[in-house]
Design a protein around this ligand. Structure first.
Ligand code: ADP
Length: 580
C-alpha cells in the first residue's frame, strides 16, 4: 500500500520535475484563470441583459451585447490555446526527462537486478508509466486550475447575488468530499493494477516476438495466443473497473447536488425571498448552480487521472530509488599486465541455496591462455562474470595485477577485458560502427578496416552493397552466426584490451569460417591473457592450462598432455568427444 506520506513525497518529487519549466507553467495557469474569468463574466452579464435590456428595455445594453459576445469569445479562444499549448509543453518535457532518467538509471543498475525483473515490466515503465505521469501533469492541472477558477468565480457570483441561497447549496460540500475520498482510494488501487497488467502485456508480447521461431517450430501459437488473451483481458477488466468507479461516482455526486438545487428552488419560492430577487438575479443564481455541476463532475473525474499519474510516478520513483552499481573503487591501471588470481572464492547467486562456485583457486599468468571446461551449469560463465564484477563475490579474493578487483574504478576494470561470446550483441547500425562500438573519435577508419581484415570480416563485407557501411539490421538479423562472430572478434581486436574472454567463441562457425578465424583468434590471443570457455576440446589443446569444473568446483587442472595422462575427468571428456 502507498501511504499518504509517500504519496505526498512522490507528489513533491513530481513537482520538482516541472520546476525547470516554471514559465510555461505560469503562463498556462494565467491563461486558464483568464478563461474561467471570461466564462464567469458571461454568466454575470445575464443579469444586466435580463433586468436592464429585456425588462427595462434599455437599448444601450442590447447594442453592446453582440460586440461583447464576439470579443469575449476571441479572448477565450486565445486563453484556451495558450493554456493547452503551454501545459502540453511542460508535460512532454517532464515525460522526456523521466524517460531519460529511467533509461540512464536502468543502464547503471547492477546485473543481479535484471535477473529479478522482466524486461517487459521495465520497458513498460519507460513507455507507459511515463505517459501516465504526463497525463497527471497536464490533464489534472487543466481541470484543477481551469475548473477550480471557474468554481471560485461561480461561488463569488452566487454569494454576491444572494448569500442565503448560496449557503444552502454549499451545505453539500462535505458530503461530496466524502464520496470523492472514497472513490480516489479505489482509483489508486486499480491504477496500480493496470500498470502491472500493462507490464505483463509487454512481457508477453516481447516473449512471443523474441521466440517467434520457437513458437512456430513447436506449434505453440494456440498456447501463446491464449496466454496473451488472458493477460490482455485482465488489463481490460481493470480498465472497466476504473471506468465503472468513475461512471458511478459522477452521477452520484450530481444527484447529491441536485438535492441542494431543489432545496434552493424551494426556499426561493418563499414570499420573503421572492421580494429580494429580481428575475436577473434569480437566473444568474440558478445558472451558476447548474454551471457548477460540470466542474464538479470534472473535479471528481480528474481524480482518476491524478491517481493514475501518482501510481505511475510511484512505480517510476521505485526504480529510480534502486541502488546503482557500486563503484567506489579508486585504483586504475592504464593497461593491466593480465595477472589474474582467484583465491578461495565462493559465490552463491541471489535466491539460490547451493553455491555456483565453491573454493575456487586459479591463477593466470600474463599472456597465458587458460581454458575452462566442464558440463553446462558447472560454473564456467560465473567465473568470467565475477572477473568483470557483474556479481559481487561473497568469500575470497580476486586480484588483477595484484589489486583486488573491488578496489578498481568499475569502468577502468572493465576496460581491461574484451569479451567474445556465442551471443553476439549487434546494434542496429553499420558493420563498421558495430566494430567500433563505444570507441571514441580517436579510432581511425584504417584501424577499423585493419581489425575487419584480421577478423575476416572484410571477406563477406566486400560482397555486400555498402561494404563495411552496410546496415546490419536489428541485432544483426541480416548476418549469419559466423559473420556475427567475426564482427565480435573484430570488435575485440579494435578494443585491444589486455585480457580476453572467449565464451565458446567458435561454436557458431562452420568449418570454413572456423579455419579463417582460428588464425585470427590465435593472433588476438598472442600477447594477451585469455580465458577460454570451450565445449569443443579440439580448440584448446594448446592452452597453457586447462581447468576442469564440476558442480562449481575445480576438479582438475593442468596441460592437455598432463590431464590426458592422468586419465581423469578431462580424459573422460576427451574420449567422449573424440571417441578414442
Ligand atoms: P556454465 O557456464 O558452466 O554453463 P554457469 O556459470 O552459467 O555454468 O552456471 C553455474 C550455476 O549457476 C548453474 O547452476 C546455474 O543454474 C546458476 N546460475 C547461472 N546464472 C544464474 C543467475 N543469473 N541467477 C541464478 N543462478 C544462476
Amino acid at each position: 500500500m502507498v501511504s499518504e506520506t509517500t504519496q505526498q513525497s512522490n507528489f513533491k518529487r513530481l513537482i520538482s520535475y516541472m520546476k525547470p519549466y516554471k514559465l510555461g507553467f505560469i503562463a498556462a495557469i494565467v491563461a486558464m484563470v483568464g478563461y474561467a474569468g471570461i466564462d464567469s463574466l458571461f454568466i454575470y452579464s445575464i443579469k444586466p441583459l435580463i433586468d436592464e435590456g429585456l425588462t427595462n428595455k434599455n437599448p444601450g445594453v442590447l447594442t453592446y451585447a453582440p460586440i461583447f459576445v464576439v470579443g469575449a469569445f476571441c479572448l477565450r479562444g486565445l486563453f484556451n490555446f495558450v493554456s493547452t499549448y503551454c501545459l502540453s509543453w511542460v508535460g512532454s518535457n517532464v515525460v522526456m526527462t523521466m524517460r531519460q532518467s529511467l533509461f540512464d538509471h536502468m543502464m547503471r543498475m547492477p546485473v543481479p537486478y535484471f535477473d529479478s525483473q522482466t524486461t517487459g515490466q521495465l520497458i513498460s515503465k519507460i513507455t507507459y508509466d511515463t505517459e501516465q505521469v504526463a497525463n497527471a501533469a497536464s490533464k489534472t492541472l487543466v481541470i484543477i486550475v481551469k475548473e477550480g477558477a471557474f468554481v471560485v468565480g461561480m461561488l463569488a457570483l452566487m454569494f454576491y447575488q444572494s448569500w442565503q441561497l448560496s449557503l444552502i447549496f454549499l451545505l453539500i460540500g462535505p458530503i461530496i468530499a466524502v464520496v470523492v475520498r472514497f472513490v480516489s482510494k479505489r482509483f489508486r488501487k486499480i491504477s496500480r493494477q493496470i500498470q502491472n497488467a500493462m507490464g505483463n502485456i509487454t512481457t508477453s508480447a516481447e516473449q512471443m516476438l523474441n521466440g517467434h521461431k520457437v513458437v512456430l517450430t513447436f506449434g505453440g501459437q494456440a498456447i501463446e495466443s491464449e496466454r496473451f488473451r488472458k493477460i490482455s483481458n485482465k488489463t481490460r477488466r481493470q480498465n472497466m473497473k476504473m471506468v465503472a468507479a468513475s461512471a458511478i461516482s459522477v452521477p452520484v455526486i450530481q444527484i447529491i447536488a441536485s438535492f441542494a438545487l431543489a432545496t434552493v428552488l424551494f426556499v426561493a419560492s418563499f414570499d420573503s425571498m421572492m421580494e429580494t430577487l429580481t428575475p436577473g438575479t434569480f437566473t444568474v443564481i440558478i445558472t451558476s448552480m447548474i454551471m457548477l455541476l460540470r466542474p464538479l463532475k470534472q473535479l471528481t473525474s480528474v481524480n482518476s487521472q491524478f491517481q493514475k499519474g501518482m501510481a505511475a510516478s510511484a512505480s517510476i520513483f521505485a526504480v529510480l530509488d534502486e541502488e546503482e552499481e557500486t563503484d567506489n573503487g579508486t585504483k586504475e591501471l592504464a593497461r593491466a599486465k593480465g595477472d589474474l588470481r582467484i583465491n578461495d572464492v565462493t559465490f552463491t547467486y541471489q535466491g539460490k541455496e547451493t553455491p555456483a562456485l565453491e573454493n575456487i583457486n586459479l591463477s593466470i599468468e600474463p599472456g597465458q591462455t587458460v581454458a575452462l571446461v566442464g558440463r553446462s551449469g558447472s560454473g564456467k560463465s560465473t567465473i568470467t562474470s565475477l572477473l568483470t564484477r557483474f556479481y559481487p563475490y561473497q568469500d575470497g579474493t580476486i586480484t588483477l595485477d595484484g589489486i583486488e578487483v573491488n578496489d578498481f574504478k568499475l569502468a577502468n576494470l572493465r576496460s581491461q577485458f574484451a569479451t567474445v561470446s556465442q551471443h553476439v550483441t549487434l546494434f542496429d547500425d553499420t558493420i563498421a560502427n558495430n566494430i567500433a562500438y563505444a570507441c571514441d573519435d580517436s579510432v581511425t577508419r584504417e584501424q577499423i578496416e585493419a581489425a575487419a581484415k584480421s577478423a575476416h570480416v572484410l571477406e563477406f563485407a566486400q560482397s555486400m552493397p555498402d561494404g563495411l557501411d552496410t546496415q546490419v539490421g536489428e541485432n544483426g538479423v541480416m548476418l549469419s552466426g559466423g559473420q556475427r562472430q567475426r564482427i565480435a572478434i573484430a570488435r575485440a581486436l579494435l578494443r585491444d584490451a589486455p585480457i580476453l574472454i572467449l565464451d565458446e567463441a567458435t561454436s557458431a562457425l562452420d568449418t570454413e569460417s572456423e579455419r579463417h578465424i582460428q588464425g585470427a583468434l590465435e593472433a588476438l590471443q598472442a600477447n594477451r591473457t585469455s580465458l577460454v570457455i570451450a565445449h569443443r576440446l579440439s580448440t584448446i589443446q594448446n592452452a597453457d592450462k586447462i581447468v576442469v569444473l564440476d558442480g562449481g568446483r575445480i576438479i582438475e587442472q593442468g596441460t592437455h598432455e598432463v590431464l590426458l595422462a592422468k586419465d581423469g575427468a578431462y580424459a573422460q571428456l576427451h574420449k567422449m568427444q573424440f571417441g578414442d
